[in-house]
Design a protein around this ligand. Structure first.
Ligand SMILES: [Zn+2]
Length: 170
């Protein structure tokens, strides 16, 4: 008996995947849920991004956002603008506001010190998270490798069995 291999389309039509999270129906070869609000990974194995999202605490999410902002050019521009306005107001170049932090701008220094401490904290939180994510990634990869190698051993045993039977028939 010969089985005709299914094309991708036929396989997809044959067994659609029902998303366990939102209950939506996906193609048989879908990797992620097609529902944009859901996007769940549909594989047999755990998915790092999903696990990390599920585990993250509020301060970790804040840290990620802060670090993402700090890494952009906007961060520099905002600071340059801030310093220019601060110096302009407090040296009396702009007469719109009353000077409140005369040279050498002690209040500005204090605020920047506080900002530096907070940013360092957020950076460390974000780095810790990255390290945890890498550890989880390694764990999942190891799990997949072990399962795969066991599956391959099993297939090897089966193939050997088939070969032995074919030898017996000769
Ligand atoms: Zn879904």
């Amino acid at each position: 008996m010969t089985t005709i291999p299914l094309t991708n389309e036929a396989a997809a039509a044959a067994d659609a995947i029902v998303c366990p999270a939102c209950g939506g129906t996906n193609d048989g070869d879908a990797v992620f849920c097609a529902n944009p609000a859901c996007g769940k990974a549909l594989g047999k194995y755990r998915y790092v991004a999903e696990e990390v999202r599920g585990r993250s605490a509020w301060h970790e999410r804040v840290a990620d956002r802060v670090v993402a902002f700090v890494g952009r050019s906007h961060f520099i521009l905002v600071h340059v603008f801030w310093f220019l306005v601060w110096v302009a107001v407090n040296t009396g170049i702009i007469a719109l506001a009353h000077p409140f932090d005369a040279y050498p701008f002690g209040l500005l220094g204090l605020l920047l010190g506080v900002e530096a401490i907070l940013l360092t904290g957020f950076l460390l939180i974000s780095q810790n998270r990255e390290r945890q994510q890498e550890a989880l990634q390694a764990e999942i990869e190891y799990e997949i490798n072990v399962r795969m190698s066991r599956r391959i051993d099993e297939i090897e045993r089966l193939v050997r069995g088939i070969a032995e039977r074919l030898d017996e028939r000769r």
